[in-house]
Write a protein that binds this ligand. Structure first.
Ligand code: HEC
Ligand SMILES: [Cu+2]
Length: 347
């Protein structure tokens, strides 16, 4: 193949790669903009190892460039150059230097790994959160408060959050890039623990980081760090009784067809994400972002309708039956969508 033909094939690939990499630069999904102490420690490690590598790279390249220029073959060089075998001093130097570098890397790495795995499970002051991953959604249980929610993990700014991770089906991985590294959720009753904190108020996006099925890429969640006062208000609001649908017939349909799997307030069952206060979540089904502006009016209602009219087109392979297959009419679906979108929690 001629050189330009190779280039013709390589260029589009490079273009696609740069586009893909540009996608990794999202502010709220970046390891390079740490927002908490755990992520900061890990970012410092990245910087340390890259600096060491850069120094080694520059020195090695400088020496080889010097040697290539200085000792290159000249026209007057007719004889075989002197052959050298071994140099004790040099060999010691190039064994000891990497050893020192490895030590410089190892000490903070081990320290950081242990800090990451630090177990706050018995820390009375930490907030305990049991995370259960499901194809394709996240469940968050707060055993200290008797609260279970989904998709948006609400935490106070001033506490360590002690996680206990498990899965309801296959392996997933819990990852909030700006707050900490990844932690797998393993089947067979294995429980993984770790902790982090988010001292600044804000919304941090999380992703499943372990390929788990066709909608893996849509398996997002959000960590919402709020002031301690807001957290208290949120806790109370979560425990309030369910706000029912006004229309009696629609309320009955909702109860029979939806509350079998979903909990709302003090009502409902298990198998699907809790819908309590879903109107104030960051997204519907974790991926239809409610913050994105939308010409058709209230984005929460639009997203809710989009999801309820055809959940499979939003998240292929997800485990929610389409409401129209449950026998709901379009008008009923729209009514429930309005109700859920306006089911908000003040906090
Ligand atoms: C068989 C159990 C089941 C039934 C019945 C069911 N759902 Fe779901 N629902 C799910 C599951 C599982 C999900 C999570 C889908 C995902 O994100 O992967 C879900 C997700 C949702 C979501 C998005 C939640 C979020 O976290 O943003 C809404 C809204 C919802 N369901 C509403 C309804 C309504 C309304 C009905 C009744 C018409 C209903 N569901 C019936 C299982 C069910
Ligand atoms: Cu996944």
């Amino acid at each position: 193949m001629k050189r330009w033909q190779v280039m013709k094939r390589l260029l589009p690939m490079l273009a696609i790669f740069s586009l893909l990499m540009a996608g990794c630069g999202r502010d709220d999904l970046s390891v390079l903009r740490p927002q908490g102490p755990v992520a900061q420690g890990q970012f410092d490690l990245i910087k340390l190892s890259i600096s060491i590598m850069l120094v080694v790279l520059v020195i090695v390249f400088a020496i080889s460039a010097y040697v290539i220029v200085k000792f290159r073959r000249r026209p007057e060089h007719k004889d075989m150059p002197e052959q050298v075998e071994g140099n004790f001093k040099l060999e010691i130097i190039w064994t000891v230097i990497p050893l020192i570098l490895v030590l410089v890397l190892a000490v903070p790495t081990v320290k950081e790994v242990f800090a990451f795995g630090e177990d706050h499970a018995n820390d009375k002051d930490a907030i305990q959160v049991k995370v259960t991953s499901h194809l394709y959604w996240w469940e968050f249980e707060y055993p200290q408060f008797g609260i279970t929610t989904a998709q948006d993990l609400i935490i106070p700014t001033n506490k360590n959050i002690a996680f206990e991770l498990k899965t309801a089906d296959v392996i997933h991985s819990f990852w909030v890039p700006s707050l900490s590294g990844k932690m797998d959720t393993n089947p067979d009753g294995t429980i993984n623990r770790f902790s982090f904190s988010a001292p600044k108020e804000g919304v941090y996006r999380g992703k499943c980081a372990e390929l788990c099925g066709p909608s893996h890429g849509f398996m997002e969640f959000k960590v919402k760090s709020v002031s301690p006062e807001s957290f208290e208000t949120w806790k109370t609001a979560m425990k309030a009784p369910m706000v029912a649908i006004e229309d009696k017939a629609l309320a009955e349909t909702f109860k029979n067809q939806c509350l079998t799997c979903h909990a709302v307030g003090d009502q409902g069952g298990v198998g699907g994400p809790s819908l309590t206060g879903i109107g104030s979540r960051e997204a519907v089904a974790s991926i239809l972002l409610n913050s994105e502006t939308n010409d058709e009016g209230n984005p929460v209602v639009e997203n809710m309708k989009e999801w309820l009219h055809d959940p499979q087109s939003v998240k292929p392979g997800n485990k929610m039956p389409a409401p129209k297959d449950l026998g709901l009419t379009d008008a009923e679906i729209d009514g429930i969508a309005e109700y859920l979108a306006n089911y908000k929690l003040e906090y």
